[in-house]
Design a protein around this ligand. Structure first.
Ligand SMILES: Nc1nc2c(c(=O)[nH]1)N[C@H]1C(S)=C(S)[C@@H](COP(=O)(O)OP(=O)(O)OC[C@H]3O[C@@H](n4cnc5c(=O)[nH]c(N)nc54)[C@H](O)[C@@H]3O)O[C@H]1N2
Ligand SMILES: Nc1nc2c(c(=O)[nH]1)N[C@H]1C(S)=C(S)[C@@H](COP(=O)(O)OP(=O)(O)OC[C@H]3O[C@@H](n4cnc5c(=O)[nH]c(N)nc54)[C@H](O)[C@@H]3O)O[C@H]1N2
Ligand SMILES: [Mo]
Length: 736
């Protein structure tokens, strides 16, 4: 039986004569999922609109942002790929010639069969990623293709949130997607601390800003801890606290120190629900002094008390502020930590998340109304809507995603499971989005063949041997849902216009290629039959869903994750080995080097992320741009105006370098350099600079990137959890 739901058409302005209006939503990996209507005249989109209704909590409209409206600039962009192409110049030169679909697909198939015969399946790397995450035409199609082909090497870790995924699993025994709370619960908090979280810049749920506005109206106090005074902070925060990137665990640990030393923690709650808070609640076999409390108090193996003074020296927050915030957090109940992923995209990012959950747990805020686990996703998942089944990979060759450049550079000689001979990228831009773009571009000599399937000649596609033009979501049918917990609905993405130029649907490209390499069963259904199948457990009338456009599902009974475990711990245990919230992780105690990428202690622990480098004294962070979804939209001049690319630098740091606002500067380290105008401001912490991620890597003849691509500077180094470490990047800034 489908879950209870209502199907409706989002309000829209009446169509003009000769115009049809079609509802869809951006397919990309944005944290929002909005109503994006195409107004179509004679098979051409003439305007994009969204739900005009005023926001209200009872039935929140799904308002699109500038990127949604900017889809019209994107779909009719003069640089759209129009036909298949073959590379004729050196990789990266951008020199290609037109070929027919048959010739392109025959070439790809021939190379695939040759490489498989010569090197085996592990020589293939599926570099498809998150360009389109809707249910049918997504990178699941590439996975399905490679799995049926006999498997390939995969980049296993999530570039966004692997530190959180890992920390949630080992602390709460849960899936991060359903370990948070619904935004409808924000109004129930007395205090919200937004920690490295800026949904007004980086969309994190359609409507999140409105729910925050409701909370603010209801008198909830809001504090923001971020290296930058963000738009979210400016709009909602009563207080902003500047912090140095990569140092959050120290601040959170010192807050716990204050709370415990003042006796403000919830001992009864810890006794009942938490493993390893104090020595009396350690698992059997754990050494003495292994508890979190002992670590805080300096009674653990390092002998250092984690005082606010200790933290100040690391994170730059004045000790008095750390103390005040700690006391406020412990005494204002319910209090919620809303954490972004960015502080987890650091050298030991899992410690940030684990330390945040520890703070939530020792103050008794996990699983209560108005409290939070420290996870900012929602409390439940996707209402039974499924995605294109990828099947399973018969090859066991897995590499943590941030190591892509190193995998290409060193292969088996570097201890990796394979030497990559062929890369296939459908809906990914990893040469731009993975760290260390220069090293990536310089490490392709051993790669015999690269295929890119995209809408544009992206930094990745420029290196391809064959480029295949895909349709955009406007040119096909699909279904999409928000990030799990960021709303309970699905949007039918109705085809608005016929496929443009010679572009083809990703699924059809793979089906054709499958037939050419001897895979008979890639797809046995039409597009619509697939969509009917994938949604059948969620909606009862597929045709109505397709016609109306929006399906709303019931929200979870408990708006806050782990409410049942806290209410009734006897019947509902946490899904950890001990059944409790594991501040002390039994799994990590038994296997500290969990992935072979570095040691992860059993309790939240401060670990120095980098050794100081006098040549590169500034710490770079690379948050989201409002003008892009990662690298998507990076070629749109009009859209770029809403959030121009620049490098934020503190007044004092600029002055010391003779840099004035607006001047072109060079941001550089030993991995690379890029150019951007300086935004000299007091709205960033001293010693920190910030570049919005996603600008297209465009090196000049001297190897200097000219467009502000943050990944010209970042390091191809994973955190021990496999997370990316973009926000642990040391740089210097000089006048260009
Ligand atoms: N506009 C837009 N929205 C998006 C996306 C997009 O591309 N564009 N992408 C979506 C995706 S895939 C994801 S994963 C999410 C990402 O969501 P997040 O990871 O939460 O977003 P970021 O913008 O990287 O960072 C959030 C805030 O953290 C701050 N920050 C950076 N480093 C640190 C640190 O070390 N400590 C602290 N305390 N703060 C730090 C930044 O200044 C920023 O204000 O966003 C989603 N939303
Ligand atoms: N420095 C730095 N780098 C980062 C981050 C950071 O915080 N700092 N954040 C990271 C995060 S959170 C993420 S999720 C990753 C994202 O990494 P990716 O998923 O690799 O990045 P996108 O830019 O979304 O690239 C997707 C590509 O898919 C294409 N595309 C879109 N729709 C379709 C389609 O329907 N079909 C086909 N064939 N192609 C399509 C787009 O044109 C684009 O070229 O980037 C990461 N990179
Ligand atoms: Mo992401």
């Amino acid at each position: 039986m489908p879950t209870p739901h209502t199907l409706y058409q989002a309000p829209r302005r009446a169509a003009r004569a000769g115009e049809t209006v079609v509802t869809s939503t951006c397919g990309h990996n944005c944290g929002g999922r909005c109503v994006v209507n195409a107004h179509v005249v004679d098979d051409r989109i003439v305007k994009i609109s969204t739900d005009p209704a005023r926001w209200r909590p009872e039935l929140p409209p799904l308002h699109a942002c500038a990127r949604g409206v900017g889809q019209i600039e994107r779909v009719y962009h003069p640089d759209r790929l129009r036909h298949p192409m073959r590379r004729v110049g050196p990789r990266g030169s951008g020199q290609f010639e037109r070929v027919s679909w048959d010739e392109a697909l025959d070439t790809v198939a021939r190379e695939m069969l040759r490489i498989r015969a010569a090197h085996g399946n592990a020589a293939f790397l599926d570099a498809s990623r998150s360009g389109n995450l809707s249910m049918l035409h997504s990178s699941a199609g590439a996975k399905r293709f490679f799995n049926k082909f006999g498997g390939c090497t995969v980049l296993w870790s999530n570039m966004s949130a692997e530190a959180e995924i890992f920390a949630v699993r080992h602390t709460y025994g849960a899936d991060y997607k359903s370990a948070g709370r619904e935004p409808t619960d924000y109004v129930n908090s007395k205090l919200i601390v937004m920690w490295g979280w800026s949904p007004a810049d980086g969309t994190f749920g359609t409507g999140t800003k409105e729910y925050l506005r409701e909370a603010k109206k209801a008198g909830v106090r809001i504090v923001c801890v971020d290296p930058r005074r963000t738009r979210t902070s400016a709009a909602f925060a009563d207080e902003h606290i500047y912090i140095k990137p990569s140092t959050d665990a120290a601040a959170l640990i010192a807050m716990a120190y204050v709370i415990v030393s003042e006796g403000l923690h919830d001992q009864a709650y810890c006794d009942r629900h938490v493993l390893g808070f104090d020595e009396a609640h350690l698992p059997e076999g754990a050494p003495r002094g292994a508890s979190y409390r002992a670590y805080l108090m300096g009674e653990g193996s390092d002998g250092v008390a984690k005082t606010p003074q200790w933290a100040e020296a690391i994170c730059g927050i004045p000790a008095e502020t750390v103390r005040r915030l700690a006391i406020e957090f412990a005494t204002t109940k319910p209090a919620a930590l809303q954490c972004g992923y960015a502080p987890g995209r650091t050298a030991f990012g899992e410690q940030f998340h684990r330390a945040a959950y520890a703070l939530a747990a020792i103050t008794g805020n996990v699983g209560i109304v108005g409290g939070s686990s420290g996870v900012s996703n929602g409390a439940t998942g996707r209402a039974g809507i499924k995605s294109f089944p990828p099947g399973s990979n018969p090859i066991d060759a897995r590499v943590a995603t941030p190591l892509l450049a190193d995998l290409l550079a060193r292969g088996k000689a570097g201890g990796y499971p394979s030497d990559i001979k062929m890369i296939y990228s459908a809906g990914g831009d990893l040469f731009n989005q993975c760290p260390n773009a220069n090293k990536m571009a310089a490490s392709l000599d051993g790669v015999e063949f690269i295929v890119a399937q995209d809408h544009f000649l992206t930094p990745t596609a420029r290196h391809a041997d064959i480029v295949l033009p895909a349709t955009t979501f406007w040119e096909r049918n699909d279904v999409h849902t928000p990030w799990a917990g960021a709303g309970h609905y699905a949007i039918f993405m109705k085809q608005a216009i016929a496929p443009m130029y010679e572009c083809r649907n990703d699924m059809d490209i793979f089906a054709d290629l499958a037939a050419r390499v001897g895979i008979a069963d890639y797809s046995d259904k039409s597009e619509m039959d697939w969509l009917r199948e994938l949604t059948k457990d969620a909606v009862d009338d597929f045709q109505q869903f397709a016609d109306k456009g929006v399906a709303r599902f019931a929200p979870p009974e408990d708006a806050v994750a782990f409410a049942r475990q806290i209410r009734d711990p006897e019947t509902h245990r946490f899904n950890t080995p001990s059944g409790k919230i594991e501040l002390y992780s039994t799994t990590l105690a038994a296997k500290p080097n969990f992935y072979g990428l570095g040691v992860i202690p059993p309790i939240p622990t401060w670990i120095e992320p980098v050794t100081a480098d006098p040549r590169h004294p500034l710490m770079l962070c690379s948050p989201k741009s409002r003008a892009r979804t990662h690298s998507i939209h990076g070629n749109q001049e009009q859209l770029a105006r809403i959030d121009p690319d620049d490098v934020w630098i503190h007044e004092d740091d600029a002055k010391a370098r003779g840099i004035a606002n607006g001047q072109l500067v060079r941001i550089h380290n030993d991995r690379g350099a890029t150019l951007l105008p300086a935004k000299v401001t007091r709205r960033i912490a001293r010693g920190v600079v910030s570049i919005k991620e996603g600008a297209w890597f465009t090196p000049n003849g001297n190897g200097v990137d000219t467009k502000g691509c943050a990944n010209a500077l970042t390091e191809d180094r994973p955190a021990p959890s496999g997370a990316t470490t973009y926000n642990t990047t040391l740089v210097e800034v000089s006048l260009a």
